[in-house]
Design a protein around this ligand. Structure first.
Ligand SMILES: Cc1cc2nc3c(=O)[nH]c(=O)nc-3n(C[C@H](O)[C@H](O)[C@H](O)COP(=O)(O)O)c2cc1C
Length: 280
């Protein structure tokens, strides 16, 4: 059994050097190890039967208590797709690449069917609290992840898009989402026109725990990760330079701190309550 060089060291740093993928390991291992989001696509759309097959694979993923509280909306009608994506491309922080996405999917949490079942069976619904929202959101996330893996195995490029929730009310109206059905994330799907790079991650020593959570050495690990990333994959631009100045050394932690120095989708909780959820 021979081993092929894996991208784990590039991804996670030196503490992943001992992890190997044997040459006879399942092909999916190599695919996942080297995967990356794609934001540049050929213009031809992905055929509907292909998307439907991928949805079937995605919805074969586990679902909490077999409740099946997630749905996928395929948006391949060009004018509807533009209505959704155009506002997300505008302004200095706009995501211009979304203008050329061939197909957009929206993964939704759906707690509505469960509530309907209670009406149909004349049995009271006793779970009108945070878990109703949370379980549906997780179910949608699990399906999204399975779709990503299946689509990348098919040779497609994908990138999740939480920005579709920037205007949740508008998106709900455009997609005709009823109460208790909500967007979790979009997913841009198309034939890739770029080879994605391997995006670097925090070391496994910080993100994989054995038997108990621990964060000894966190600050040092973040500092090392910042420097490793800055050397190999420096950020093309710094965020909010006018507010925070131009940092001489700009790593992941500086970028994420600056990102979350401004509210993102602070109105989402109000939207979720408006469509009928209780979050206590
Ligand atoms: C739930 C979710 C939402 C995301 N939303 C966006 C988005 O709005 N725009 C974007 O360009 N990338 C988005 N991404 C992609 C992440 O930026 C990307 O996964 C991360 O930078 C790591 O890169 P990689 O996927 O190439 O490994 C999202 C990813 C997830 C999981």
């Amino acid at each position: 059994m021979s081993n092929s060089r894996t991208p784990f060291v590039d991804r996670f740093g030196p503490d992943a050097a001992d992890i190997e993928i044997d040459s006879d390991a399942p092909a999916i291992f190599g695919q996942l190890a080297a995967r990356g989001s794609v934001r540049k696509f050929r213009s031809d759309p992905v055929p509907y039967p292909t998307l439907r097959r991928l949805c079937a694979l995605a919805l074969s993923a586990p679902t909490k208590s077999d409740l099946q509280q997630r749905d996928i909306i395929i948006v391949d009608e060009p004018s509807l797709k533009s209505e959704i994506t155009a506002p997300l491309t505008e302004g200095p922080l706009g995501q211009k690449w979304l203008a050329d996405v061939p197909t957009l999917l929206v993964f939704c949490g759906n707690n509505r069917r469960q509530r309907r079942i209670h009406t149909l069976r004349a049995v009271p619904f006793a779970n009108d609290h945070l878990d109703a929202f949370f379980n549906a959101a997780v179910d949608a996330g699990v399906a999204l992840s399975a779709f990503v893996i299946a689509a990348e195995a098919e040779g497609l490029g994908v990138c999740p898009v939480s920005a579709v929730r920037n205007h949740a009310d508008t998106l709900s109206r455009l997609l005709k989402l009823p109460d208790h059905v909500f967007p979790v994330a979009g997913l841009a799907v198309g034939y890739p026109a770029e080879t994605p790079r391997i995006s670097m991650r925090l070391p496994l020593s910080m993100t994989v725990h054995r038997n108990a959570f621990e964060e000894d050495g966190l600050d040092t690990a973040i500092e090392a990760y910042d420097r490793r990333r800055e050397a190999a994959q420096p950020y093309a631009a710094q965020r909010y330079v006018r507010e925070f100045g131009r940092a001489e050394s700009y790593g992941w932690s500086e970028d994420k701190a600056r990102q979350y120095a401004h509210p993102e989708r602070a109105d989402f909780g109000a939207y979720v309550k408006r469509i009928g959820f209780k979050l206590d």
